[in-house]
Design a protein. Structure first.
Length: 193
Protein backbone atom coordinates (compact mmCIF):
# COMPACT_ATOMS: atom_id res chain seq x y z
CA UNK A 1 0.00 0.00 0.00
CA UNK A 2 1.60 3.31 -1.06
CA UNK A 3 2.07 6.09 1.44
CA UNK A 4 -0.42 8.94 1.30
CA UNK A 5 1.98 11.40 -0.30
CA UNK A 6 2.97 8.91 -3.00
CA UNK A 7 -0.66 8.06 -3.69
CA UNK A 8 -1.65 11.72 -4.00
CA UNK A 9 1.34 12.44 -6.24
CA UNK A 10 0.42 9.48 -8.47
CA UNK A 11 -3.18 10.71 -8.91
CA UNK A 12 -1.96 14.25 -9.54
CA UNK A 13 0.37 12.89 -12.21
CA UNK A 14 -2.49 10.97 -13.85
CA UNK A 15 -4.63 14.12 -14.00
CA UNK A 16 -1.69 16.04 -15.49
CA UNK A 17 -1.10 13.41 -18.17
CA UNK A 18 -4.77 13.32 -19.15
CA UNK A 19 -4.92 17.11 -19.43
CA UNK A 20 -1.68 17.48 -21.41
CA UNK A 21 -2.65 14.69 -23.84
CA UNK A 22 -5.75 16.59 -24.92
CA UNK A 23 -3.54 19.00 -26.91
CA UNK A 24 -1.56 16.33 -28.76
CA UNK A 25 -1.97 16.18 -32.50
CA UNK A 26 -4.09 19.34 -32.74
CA UNK A 27 -3.29 22.47 -34.71
CA UNK A 28 -2.39 25.72 -32.97
CA UNK A 29 -5.80 27.03 -33.95
CA UNK A 30 -7.64 24.08 -32.43
CA UNK A 31 -5.82 24.31 -29.09
CA UNK A 32 -6.53 28.06 -28.88
CA UNK A 33 -10.09 28.32 -30.16
CA UNK A 34 -12.87 28.96 -27.66
CA UNK A 35 -15.31 26.06 -27.54
CA UNK A 36 -17.86 27.30 -24.97
CA UNK A 37 -19.77 30.49 -24.30
CA UNK A 38 -17.19 31.36 -21.60
CA UNK A 39 -14.22 30.85 -23.92
CA UNK A 40 -12.96 27.50 -22.60
CA UNK A 41 -10.08 26.32 -24.78
CA UNK A 42 -7.46 23.61 -24.44
CA UNK A 43 -4.35 25.79 -24.30
CA UNK A 44 -6.05 28.04 -21.76
CA UNK A 45 -6.91 25.04 -19.58
CA UNK A 46 -3.27 23.95 -19.66
CA UNK A 47 -2.07 27.47 -18.82
CA UNK A 48 -4.58 27.79 -15.99
CA UNK A 49 -3.62 24.40 -14.57
CA UNK A 50 0.06 25.35 -14.74
CA UNK A 51 -0.49 28.60 -12.87
CA UNK A 52 -2.78 27.03 -10.26
CA UNK A 53 -0.26 24.27 -9.62
CA UNK A 54 2.60 26.80 -9.45
CA UNK A 55 0.66 28.87 -6.94
CA UNK A 56 -0.46 26.11 -4.61
CA UNK A 57 2.82 24.19 -4.63
CA UNK A 58 4.90 27.36 -4.91
CA UNK A 59 4.25 30.45 -2.80
CA UNK A 60 1.55 28.75 -0.72
CA UNK A 61 4.04 26.16 0.47
CA UNK A 62 6.93 28.61 0.91
CA UNK A 63 8.63 27.61 -2.35
CA UNK A 64 8.08 30.52 -4.79
CA UNK A 65 7.73 29.59 -8.45
CA UNK A 66 10.66 31.06 -10.41
CA UNK A 67 9.93 33.44 -13.27
CA UNK A 68 6.13 33.47 -12.95
CA UNK A 69 4.07 34.32 -16.04
CA UNK A 70 2.49 37.74 -16.56
CA UNK A 71 -0.91 36.43 -15.52
CA UNK A 72 0.46 36.22 -11.95
CA UNK A 73 1.21 39.95 -11.91
CA UNK A 74 -0.74 43.00 -10.81
CA UNK A 75 -1.34 44.10 -14.42
CA UNK A 76 -3.10 40.87 -15.36
CA UNK A 77 -6.67 41.16 -16.56
CA UNK A 78 -9.48 38.84 -15.53
CA UNK A 79 -9.04 35.41 -17.09
CA UNK A 80 -5.53 36.11 -18.46
CA UNK A 81 -4.64 32.68 -17.08
CA UNK A 82 -7.40 31.03 -19.15
CA UNK A 83 -6.07 31.69 -22.65
CA UNK A 84 -2.82 32.10 -24.54
CA UNK A 85 -2.38 35.83 -25.01
CA UNK A 86 -1.40 37.04 -28.51
CA UNK A 87 2.28 37.24 -27.55
CA UNK A 88 2.29 33.76 -25.95
CA UNK A 89 3.00 30.77 -28.15
CA UNK A 90 1.89 27.22 -27.69
CA UNK A 91 5.52 26.38 -26.93
CA UNK A 92 5.53 29.08 -24.22
CA UNK A 93 2.50 27.56 -22.48
CA UNK A 94 3.80 24.00 -22.82
CA UNK A 95 7.15 25.13 -21.35
CA UNK A 96 5.30 26.84 -18.48
CA UNK A 97 3.41 23.59 -17.90
CA UNK A 98 6.64 21.57 -17.83
CA UNK A 99 8.28 24.04 -15.42
CA UNK A 100 5.19 24.05 -13.21
CA UNK A 101 5.13 20.23 -13.06
CA UNK A 102 8.85 20.05 -12.28
CA UNK A 103 8.55 22.70 -9.55
CA UNK A 104 5.49 20.96 -8.08
CA UNK A 105 7.27 17.60 -8.06
CA UNK A 106 10.28 19.16 -6.34
CA UNK A 107 8.01 20.68 -3.68
CA UNK A 108 6.26 17.35 -3.10
CA UNK A 109 9.61 15.58 -2.80
CA UNK A 110 11.11 18.22 -0.50
CA UNK A 111 8.31 18.59 2.02
CA UNK A 112 6.76 16.16 4.46
CA UNK A 113 3.05 15.47 4.04
CA UNK A 114 2.24 17.52 7.16
CA UNK A 115 4.31 20.57 6.13
CA UNK A 116 2.28 23.73 6.68
CA UNK A 117 1.55 26.42 4.15
CA UNK A 118 -0.80 29.35 3.66
CA UNK A 119 -3.26 30.04 0.84
CA UNK A 120 -3.69 33.83 0.89
CA UNK A 121 -6.87 33.84 -1.22
CA UNK A 122 -8.64 31.46 1.18
CA UNK A 123 -10.38 32.69 4.33
CA UNK A 124 -8.39 32.69 7.57
CA UNK A 125 -10.34 29.76 9.02
CA UNK A 126 -9.06 27.50 6.23
CA UNK A 127 -5.42 28.36 6.99
CA UNK A 128 -2.86 27.12 7.71
CA UNK A 129 -2.99 24.20 5.30
CA UNK A 130 -0.84 21.10 5.01
CA UNK A 131 0.85 19.71 1.94
CA UNK A 132 -1.63 16.83 2.11
CA UNK A 133 -4.59 19.24 2.01
CA UNK A 134 -3.06 21.18 -0.89
CA UNK A 135 -2.40 17.97 -2.85
CA UNK A 136 -5.98 16.79 -2.40
CA UNK A 137 -7.29 20.21 -3.45
CA UNK A 138 -4.94 20.42 -6.44
CA UNK A 139 -5.69 16.89 -7.61
CA UNK A 140 -9.41 17.69 -7.47
CA UNK A 141 -8.88 20.94 -9.39
CA UNK A 142 -6.69 19.41 -12.11
CA UNK A 143 -9.04 16.45 -12.54
CA UNK A 144 -11.93 18.86 -12.97
CA UNK A 145 -10.02 20.73 -15.69
CA UNK A 146 -8.99 17.46 -17.34
CA UNK A 147 -12.73 16.72 -17.53
CA UNK A 148 -13.31 20.08 -19.19
CA UNK A 149 -10.55 19.22 -21.65
CA UNK A 150 -12.20 15.83 -22.33
CA UNK A 151 -15.33 17.55 -23.56
CA UNK A 152 -13.51 20.28 -25.49
CA UNK A 153 -11.31 17.75 -27.29
CA UNK A 154 -14.30 15.58 -28.15
CA UNK A 155 -16.02 18.64 -29.62
CA UNK A 156 -12.96 19.43 -31.73
CA UNK A 157 -12.19 16.04 -33.27
CA UNK A 158 -14.06 13.31 -31.41
CA UNK A 159 -11.02 12.04 -29.47
CA UNK A 160 -11.85 10.59 -26.07
CA UNK A 161 -10.05 8.87 -23.21
CA UNK A 162 -7.20 9.59 -20.86
CA UNK A 163 -4.53 9.07 -23.51
CA UNK A 164 -4.16 8.03 -27.14
CA UNK A 165 -3.90 4.43 -25.94
CA UNK A 166 -6.59 4.45 -23.21
CA UNK A 167 -10.26 5.18 -23.66
CA UNK A 168 -12.75 4.83 -20.88
CA UNK A 169 -15.61 4.34 -23.35
CA UNK A 170 -16.92 1.16 -24.99
CA UNK A 171 -15.14 0.32 -28.23
CA UNK A 172 -17.71 0.96 -30.97
CA UNK A 173 -17.57 2.44 -34.45
CA UNK A 174 -18.93 5.85 -35.49
CA UNK A 175 -22.23 4.37 -36.68
CA UNK A 176 -22.90 2.81 -33.28
CA UNK A 177 -22.14 6.11 -31.51
CA UNK A 178 -24.36 8.06 -33.92
CA UNK A 179 -27.24 5.67 -33.26
CA UNK A 180 -26.60 5.82 -29.52
CA UNK A 181 -26.72 9.63 -29.50
CA UNK A 182 -29.89 9.59 -31.63
CA UNK A 183 -31.48 7.17 -29.13
CA UNK A 184 -30.59 9.50 -26.24
CA UNK A 185 -31.99 12.51 -28.12
CA UNK A 186 -35.20 10.64 -28.96
CA UNK A 187 -35.61 9.55 -25.33
CA UNK A 188 -34.99 13.07 -24.04
CA UNK A 189 -37.62 14.52 -26.39
CA UNK A 190 -40.14 11.78 -25.58
CA UNK A 191 -39.69 12.05 -21.81
CA UNK A 192 -40.08 15.83 -21.64
CA UNK A 193 -42.53 16.20 -24.52
Amino acid sequence: MPETKDLLARYLSAAREALAWKLEGLSDYDVRRPMTSTGTNLLGLLKHAATVQAGYLGDCMGRPFPDPPKCFGPDAEDNDDMWALPDETRADIEALWARSCAHADATIAALPIDAEGHVPWWPAERNPVTLEYVLVHLQHDLSRHAGHADIVRELIDGSVGTSAERSNLPDHDADWWRAYVERLEETARRVVG
